[in-house]
Design a protein around this ligand. Sequence first.
Ligand SMILES: *Cc1c(COP(=O)(O)O)cnc(C)c1O
Ligand code: SF4
Length: 481
Amino acid sequence: MTNEQRTPPSKIEVEASIYDHRTFREDLFWQQIPAWENISEEQFGDHTWQSKNSIKTPKDLVKVLGDRLDPDFLEDMTQGLEITPMNVRMTPYVFALIDWDNPLDDPLRKQFLPVASQFLPDHPFKAEDSLGEDTDSPVNMLTHRYPDKVLFLPLTTCPVYCSYCTRSRVIGGSTSSMKKSSYGAKSGQWDEVFDYIRQNPEVEDVVISGGDSFNLRPEQITQIGETLLAIPHIRRFRYATKGIAILPMKILTDDKWYNALLDVVKKGREMGKQVFIHTHFSSPREITIWNKRAMDKLFQDGIIVRNQAVLQQGVNLSKEEMICLTRKLSYMNVQPYYVYQHDMVPGVEHFRTTIKEHMQLSKEVRGVTAGFNTPMFTCDLPGGGGKRPINSYEYYDQVHGISAWTAPLVKPGELFFYFDPIHKLAPAVQELWATNEGRSSMLREVIKQVDAVGTEYDKGKLEQKVNDLLESCQISNTNKF
Ligand SMILES: *Cc1c(COP(=O)(O)O)cnc(C)c1O
Ligand code: SF4
């Protein structure tokens, strides 16, 4: 029904864009890719075809795009592979959604295909394990930061690789700029994790992340699910997968995997325990009828799906994109759960936004739909303070791009900092950021202001942290790009 047909007229003045999220792309868009001109809908919808035809190298690009590939873009990508900490891997589904007439500006291309021309020098205070997941890890593959929930990383592979991954230190294979020890899913190696959870009765909630649960075999979905369900104090857990966004065909055609998941959900429900999926859509451009079909199936089977997105320049940092994403996810029964401030890991500076931009967006989105479908705009604090609402800092120096935070429950007495991307600050401030003296004096000034507003924290711990920060960036002064 359109707006004009309504009597009496709506009390609210609605813009035409309020209906944008209700249309889902249904065309045979992949047939515009030269190599896939004759691929039928049935073949494209087969998850094994998708996996087999994944795009991983510049050679693959040449092979599938043929004449449509701009040689300058190819060169840019080839050089980008020398810089990026992440491998490239894209399903044909995501690859075909990229606008190949203008790949540089495409939000999907930006997320999965890094090019040299886009990279900016890393922030001096970036860290490979920015969230301190390894520091808060009691046993291998497990992080225990919050009292009643743990993060379990049973594998470090994914069906696609995001070039901004917060766990680039372990996810996917090594690259020219980052050596890593990745691991596939090996059922025999998880006993220590299960034992730890069994021995810690305060834990009620497990996040099964990675890596991506789409890469767990059906028996492993069952093994992890049944082992956790059998632990009396476990009340809920979530399988994390970006799959619904980038390989929805698996939900639709991989019956073994899907039924393994569904069995765990059903068993959980019989036992009074909740089993969810958490997924990762970033922009409304990524959502087509394929995702909707996958969601319809999950919804009919009673599987609850929530979304976690990262706020990124050039991908979703606009009121229109974020509002449309929120509505579109709600429309297909995905609950928008978190929008994260970008983590301060290597190779992501071109994506990062300021806290100020993030707060502005959060104000613009609030009220757009049901409160329970409005995401929590969040900063996961560098150094392991955990997730905090974006406007809950103790003090924010917007000029120098430094915010100071506390996390009273997770890390009492500690002060945390987040740093805005330097290229967004005034030229004179950028100069201050170029030297250790400048960095030190800006940090000390912010600490004075934190004291002035009366925030309480452990001064000895903070001194150690400031020294560590300044020392770490002296090493990374040799930053190569
Ligand atoms: C995000 C996260 C969780 C889960 O937090 P929720 O707010 O419940 O989504 C648990 N442990 C760690 C270490 C995390 O980073
Ligand atoms: S799907 Fe998740 S874990 Fe995998 S590369 Fe992307 S952000 Fe990282």
